[in-house]
Design a protein around this ligand. Structure first.
Ligand code: DAH
Length: 349
């Protein structure tokens, strides 16, 4: 057994001196000193020896163990130094370099504004609904009291969808287009539900327009409230409450008579200039007022197209452009900023 211990010690000395990597040193430690290692293997039979021999052998075994431990510790230090040396020679890891900051993203001003408009109306009890961006001429125009030859259709230059591009989709009786406003969702919503209705509709709309103040795609939020005996005064009160909640409590509203085919009477709503407070400045073109939305009492023909009886219910509707409101809210003076995705602009929100 003593011989076996000597042989083991020789082998260990030889192996450990040539081990040059940290992982190799660790593997040798397990091999020689581990629980199921070689030293344990040799000492396994010691129990059967007479006491004196066991004692003497135990001493030798301890010496061998101590020596191997010492050799392993030295080998480990050598291996670690070599590894560090290699790292310094190779591509350098400079632990003193400052870290790279992670820039969190932020919500686009249009999304933020749209969410804030919707949230403000939600506090007034409005639900949220959406409708398709690829729409039928019927819902976008016809059902909203805009017959085919109606001159008001010229107000909105429409993108029509080439029917051939619809592929296998079943052809509709009505031409297909990109909705020019969110108003068609009024009709879709009423067709699907019984009154009373209190809903806002955020979404994208499309028009063949492109210049400094117009983009082919923009966003609107539509509103619709229908019940028995809804009055124009309620429309005024609700929009006034919205404007004050959204733009600040000292903002005033002004209702100007206007025309929309789907409302009668109709009004355009102005707010006191968010920049000068009404005194007159560049932003409000010296008028003191800014136009922010269209509105009116739902036209009886719209109720009829929607399956509601105009003798039973009345209601009001309104629609606003989100980009325009965002520009007023954040004092952005160029619409194109909204769509350029310049990080220096977007980072500010
Ligand atoms: N749909 C109109 C537009 O895009 C905005 C509008 C005006 C919506 C009056 C309404 C409304 O619901 O009552 O210009």
């Amino acid at each position: 057994m003593r011989d076996r211990l000597e042989t083991l010690a020789d082998a260990a000395r030889r192996d450990i001196t040539v081990a040059s990597e940290v992982s190799a040193v660790e593997a040798l430690r397990i091999r020689y000193l581990g629980k199921k290692g070689e030293l344990s293997g040799v000492l396994g039979g010691m129990g059967k020896l007479p006491p004196e021999e066991r004692k003497a052998l135990g001493e030798v075994a301890n010496q061998v163990k101590t020596e191997i431990e010492k050799l392993l510790a030295e080998a480990l230090r050598r291996a670690e130094e070599a590894a560090l040396e290699a790292e310094l020679k190779g591509p350098r890891l400079d632990v003193t370099l400052p870290g790279r900051a992670v820039t969190p993203g932020s919500r686009h001003p249009v999304s933020r504004t749209m969410e804030e408009i919707v949230r403000t109306f939600a506090r007034l009890g409005f639900e949220v609904a959406v409708g398709p961006e690829i729409e039928l001429d019927y819902f976008n125009f016809e059902a909203l009291n805009l017959p085919k030859d109606h001159p008001a259709r010229d107000m909105q230059d429409t993108f029509y969808v080439d029917e051939a591009s619809l592929g296998h989709v079943q052809k509709a009786d009505s031409p297909v287009l990109l909705r020019t406003h969110t108003s068609p969702v009024q009709v879709r919503y009423m067709l699907a539900r019984k009154p009373p209705v209190r809903v806002v509709v955020p979404g994208r709309v499309y028009r063949r327009d492109s210049d400094i103040t117009h983009t082919p795609m923009f966003h609107q939020v539509e509103g619709l409230l229908v019940d028995k005996d809804v009055s124009f005064a309620e429309l005024k009160g609700t929009l006034d409450a919205f404007v004050k909640a959204f733009f600040g409590s000292d903002t005033r509203t002004r209702f100007r008579p206007s025309f929309f085919p789907f409302t009668e009477p109709s009004a355009e709503v102005d707010i006191s200039c968010t920049s000068c407070g009404g005194k007159g400045c560049r932003i409000c073109k010296m008028t003191g007022w800014l136009e922010v939305l269209g509105s009116g009492m739902v036209h009886p023909n719209v109720f009829t197209s929607s399956g509601y009886d105009p003798r039973e219910v009345t209601g009001y509707a309104f629609g606003m452009g989100v980009e325009r409101i965002a520009m007023l809210h954040y004092r952005i003076d160029d619409l194109r900023m909204m769509f350029e995705n310049d990080a220096r602009f977007l980072e500010q929100f």
